[in-house]
Design a protein around this ligand. Structure first.
Ligand code: CDP
Length: 798
């Protein structure tokens, strides 16, 4: 594209324009329309009674006092749900999950009963009037306890479940990896715990179910990132006809993976509305969200690198123990039990690798959601970059040089990893060079030496990441057999204004802005002439939803493809209007012209009018179309994050001095939005590394399920960022060369912070401090010269 063409495109808000987010007009005016903003006539309110215990048999539930409270319309228990076959529901990972507990409670905060009343306060009071008698059972809070001899079986409701193991999974070449380890000069080993982490969107989960007996139609307004999947789930679980179910996802105040699963509150509000024939609203509170909805991570990693003494990586061997909580409810491509953990080490040229993974139940809320990551990629990249840092230290090599010598080189693309992924494109060494220059690598190393002599601890951490974004393709990726692809529908009206609908669902990422930019790029219509709608299953074409940064790689590609279909028809209209054959018509942004006479042309808007008023004989009228896009491959963005810190050895407090981010996400549709995504991801990475503490004591009590312990950084705590965008490697298979970006910084960021702190305290012999790097843990490591590993050690009597 020439410079003048690029400028023309920027003028209409096309590709590369830092167009202001159109959705913000309503958000900054307080005119967003979130689930809790919706009030329907005759609406009732649902509140949930949650278990105070992590593991206990339910001896009895007495709801009589709750029924007696004026304003109460319905009290639901598991026993009542069971009469409708709704006490248990299937999960997205071929397991079952209790909607309301019947036999046992299996985690603290589990849903035991719910009350539907005139207002939420009455419903809450009535919940407290429900009398539940429990017989406590020993609790299991980690994988080691889950597989210990004599461990109580948590899922004794399931046939053929004699223990707490959910799966054993493996991928790679075991024999080849073993052989490579026999030839290694050095074997570097690291064990890590990636702690439980919570997406904590500002808006909690909620739903309003509205069943209309007269029309038999069920409308559910709800906080879901995947409305079409929810429609299918409701149809299958509640046995309602799918065309009589309308799921509407209004504005969503952040999802980050938290709003993908199906939660009991949704199911209860639907059943209650069907029974009462009135709209029923359930809005979760903050503690309910932190204690009971989808957590992420909680995974123990044990890995080894086989190394040649010159620094070449010969093989990777890795084992993961994943704690899934009481129900295996991960939303991920079904055949990959541990998500895409095997994307680990993808950016390094590793000849052979082997990964084993074991999933276990515990007495915790179901975990393993893809919190701002492509199904366990955060764990994969964290582990990779912590391993790389440890291996460089073991070899006595510079960590930047060690990375560079092992990177997949530019000439190796497309590159097949030992776990079978095909990397599309990248310029890894170039990104590293940009980052090292920006952070002033050599200078910082000198300053670090000098500071050490004065007793000050400075550290520099590097982290790189490449993430498989954009599941499908449908050959390899499905959820419960439903293939992963996406769609877009474009209707161009006669005056050249258009409406675009996709099967994705924005939760703050700015799709209303960027999808219109893709249409502007493909058709030359000004972006402001294109309105974007998502989230209503009655109007939007089918899609698998928005998570795992799959929107741009899949739905965004569908937008391009549907616009190209429209352009192809517009070309035929142009030929008709210009009275030449189609082959003689050329295209430039927004206009068709006659090749031999470029002054003779028609605009895309004129073609749109002709589609309704002057089409050639035999042509179907109108200018509308739909495209389903099944990507040929995933897109693989790459990033390098560099963090410098100063650690106070007296207190263990560490301050960030500088953060440099070099992201290559291919072609950027909207550079400003991309930068916002990277800043948000880095903020979350900083929070995970530094301040987010959520764990469980020996009795399974959730410690830290409040915002005094589980800290969300505000603008005050968040360090500044230096972002670099000069490396652009288009995806060769995406129609506009874009790769996903939404999660990259949250995925790659945490290791940069941890590596920086470990680098600062090098010399103490400490190899690892597990996140969060709270000051007392850093202080303990410095003072005692030992690793601080595992979940924070909280005992029942603390
Ligand atoms: O699936 P999700 O929307 O969370 O993630 P994404 O596809 O990475 O996109 C996040 C936001 O960044 C969207 O508004 C995208 O359109 C935008 N984006 C962009 O402008 N250029 C890219 N190369 C990738 C994403």
């Amino acid at each position: 594209m020439s410079v003048s063409q690029a400028l023309d495109e920027i003028k209409i808000g096309g590709l590369g324009a830092s167009r202001r987010r159109v959705e913000d007009d309503r958000f900054i005016r307080g005119k967003g329309n979130y689930t809790d903003d919706i009030t329907l006539p005759g609406m009732l309110h649902l509140e949930i009674l949650r278990s105070p215990l992590a593991h206990a048999r339910i001896k009895s539930i007495d709801t009589s006092k709750a029924w007696d409270i004026p304003g109460v319309h319905l009290v639901l228990t598991g026993e009542m749900m069971a009469t409708r076959n709704l006490a248990w529901m299937p999960t997205l990972s071929y397991d079952t999950q209790a909607v309301l507990a019947t036999d046992k409670v299996r985690f603290q905060g589990q849903e035991v009963a719910c009350v539907i009343a005139d207002d939420p306060y009455i419903a809450k009071d009535a919940c407290e009037a429900i009398d539940v008698e429990y017989e406590p059972l020993p609790a299991i809070v980690n994988p080691a306890q889950a597989v210990a001899d004599g461990a109580p079986v948590i899922r004794d409701d399931k046939e053929n479940q004699p223990d707490n193991v959910i799966y054993n999974w493996e991928v790679g070449d075991k024999a080849g990896t073993d052989r490579a380890f026999e030839q290694a000069d050095v074997v570097s080993r690291l064990q890590l715990h990636y702690p439980r982490s919570h997406p904590s969107p500002i808006e909690c989960c909620g739903s309003i179910a509205d069943f209309n007996r007269a029309t038999s139609k069920l409308t559910v307004y709800m906080t879901t990132q995947a409305p079409h999947i929810i429609r299918a789930a409701v149809a299958l679980v509640a046995e309602l006809p799918e065309h009589m179910i309308r799921i509407v996802s209004p504005d969503i105040g952040g999802g980050f993976g938290n709003k993908v699963p199906v939660y009991p509150g949704y199911v209860c509000s639907i059943l209650a509305s069907i029974l009462l024939e009135r709209p029923v609203k359930w809005i979760e509170d903050k503690s309910g969200n932190l204690i009971s909805t989808g957590f992420a991570r909680d995974i123990y990693l044990d890995g080894e690198l086989a190394l040649r003494k010159d620094g070449k990586i010969l093989a990777v061997r890795m084992h993961a123990d994943a704690d899934h909580g009481a129900f295996f409810s991960d939303a991920q491509p079904s055949k990959f039990k541990i998500g895409l953990l095997h994307s680990t080490f993808a950016c390094y040229d590793v000849p052979v690798a082997h990964l084993t993974a074991r999933g276990t139940y515990s007495n915790k809320a179901p975990g393993g959601v893809a919190y701002r990551c492509s199904f366990r990629v955060t764990e994969a990249m964290f582990f990779q970059e912590r391993m790389i840092a440890a291996a460089a230290a073991d070899l006595g090599m510079d960590p930047a040089e060690f990375r560079r010598m092992n990177f997949v080189t530019d000439e190796q693309f497309p590159h097949r990893t030992p776990f079978g992924f095909l990397l599309d494109s990248g310029q890894y060494a170039k990104c590293l060079d940009v980052g090292l220059k920006a952070v002033g690598y050599e200078d910082f190393r000198r300053q670090q030496e000098e500071a050490r002599k004065r007793g000050k601890l400075l550290g520099l951490g590097i982290s790189t990441m490449t993430e498989p974004l954009g599941a499908g393709n449908s050959r390899e990726y499905d959820i419960l057999g439903i293939k992963m692809f996406d769609s877009a529908e474009l209707k161009v009206h006669m005056t050249g204004k258009a409406i675009l609908r996709t099967g994705a669902k924005t939760q703050g990422q700015g799709h209303e802005t960027t999808w219109a930019q893709i249409v502007a790029h493909e058709l030359g219509l000004p972006a402001e002439d294109v309105i974007v709608e998502e989230g209503d299953t009655d109007t939007a074409p089918f899609g698998m939803g928005t998570y795992a940064s799959r929107s741009t790689p899949v739905a965004g590609a569908a937008v391009s493809m549907v616009a190209r279909k429209i352009r192809a028809k517009a070309r035929r209209l142009a030929a008709h209007l210009l009275e030449v054959s189609e082959e003689d018509v050329e295209w430039e942004l927004g206009r068709f012209y006659v090749r031999s006479s470029p002054d003779r042309g028609v605009t895309i808007q004129e073609c749109a009018m002709a589609a309704y008023s002057n089409m050639p004989d035999g042509m179907e009228p109108g200018l509308e179309n739909t495209a389903f896009y099944d990507p040929p491959n995933l897109t693989w963005p790459f990033a390098v994050y560099l963090v410098t810190v100063e650690v106070d050895q007296e207190t263990g407090v560490w301050d960030v001095l500088n953060i440099v981010a070099v992201d290559d996400c291919g072609v950027r549709i909207n550079p400003m939005i991309v930068e916002g995504q990277i800043m948000g991801g880095l903020t979350e990475a900083y929070a995970m590394a530094n301040m987010q503490f959520i764990t469980f004591d020996a009795e399974g009590n959730c410690v830290g399920a409040n915002y005094m312990d589980y800290l969300l950084p505000t603008a005050w705590e968040t360090p500044g960022f230096e972002l670099h965008s000069e490396v652009v490697t288009p995806s060769p298979h995406h129609p506009i060369g874009a790769k996903g970006v939404g999660e990259c910084a949250a995925v790659g960021g945490p290791a940069a912070f941890v590596n920086a702190v470990i680098d600062a305290i090098a010399g103490t012999g400490v190899r690892n401090i597990d996140m969060p790097l709270l000051p007392d843990r850093v202080w303990e490591a410095i003072t005692h010269g030992h690793d601080v590993s595992g979940a924070p050690p909280v005992r029942a009597d603390d």
